[in-house]
Design a protein around this ligand. Structure first.
Ligand SMILES: C[S@@+](CC[C@H](N)C(=O)[O-])C[C@H]1O[C@@H](n2cnc3c(N)ncnc32)[C@H](O)[C@@H]1O
Length: 214
């Protein structure tokens, strides 16, 4: 997608250059990559980024929550959309050096005014926030997805959207991805579907009368 703001577009182009270079490096590393995963963006990718951006423009959420800032790739999409609809983005990560770099890039893009960077364990940080959350991107380590869902679900507004990444890649059958899909689909007020875009998004909507499941 093309960002209309030149400052945002310039930062996005830098992220895309880094993403392309990292993809080649990761392919060369093979299995050794996992031990060094914190060096990499581990981004949602351009397709999911554009999809989330569009969803925010359509849904116009006031408070957006991002779980997994990393180096700020997805943060850029969410923050640009948040600014366009007059919302704010709260983004959480455990790694100070990653979030510091994300902050530098977001400020360079001129989006610092709409992003609230929070450093620490996501579950504790969610517990400390009164909510509500109108839109959530869930993209931290996958064994934390169910714990995060349990923490933010009571704070979701009606018709809130939750997008959970990596539901198909790297492995649709991995136990933590399956456990998340089962947990979100078991909630009586959530409608959910698995979308084959990027690494696979489980897209869930809080729906007061979600008695008829998809
Ligand atoms: C897949 S990356 C996020 C990628 C980012 N959303 C993007 O598209 O560029 C996952 C991130 O989750 C963070 N993380 C892992 N455990 C965490 C925790 N307990 N609390 C907060 N963040 C955590 C990692 O530091 C890492 O940066």
């Amino acid at each position: 997608m093309r960002f209309s703001d030149p400052a945002v577009a310039a930062v996005h182009a830098d992220y895309e250059r880094r993403r392309t270079e990292e993809m080649a490096r990761q392919a060369a590393m093979g299995g050794a990559m996992l031990a060094r995963r914190d060096e990499f963006l581990l981004p949602v990718g351009p397709e999911v980024g554009a999809f989330l951006h569009s969803l925010i423009l359509a849904r116009r959420p006031a408070r957006i929550l991002e779980l997994g800032t990393s180096y700020g790739y997805s943060t850029l999409f969410l923050a640009d959309a948040a600014r366009q609809v007059g919302g704010i983005l709260i983004t959480m990560d455990l790694a100070d050096y990653k979030q510091a770099e994300a902050r530098t890039q977001i400020e360079r893009a001129g989006l610092g005014g709409v992003v609230d960077f929070r450093l620490g364990d996501a579950v504790a940080l969610i517990d400390a926030d009164p909510g509500p959350f109108d839109f959530v991107l869930l993209d931290i380590w996958k064994d934390l997805y169910v714990l995060c869902l349990e923490a933010f679900h009571p704070k979701l507004s009606d018709e809130a959207i939750v997008a959970a990444d990596n539901m198909i890649e790297p492995d649709i059958a991995r136990p933590d991805a399956r456990a998340y899909r089962a947990a979100v689909r078991a909630l009586s007020d959530m409608q959910s579907a698995l979308l084959p875009i990027g690494s696979g998004i489980e897209l869930s909507v809080k729906w007061r009368a979600a008695s008829s499941k998809l």
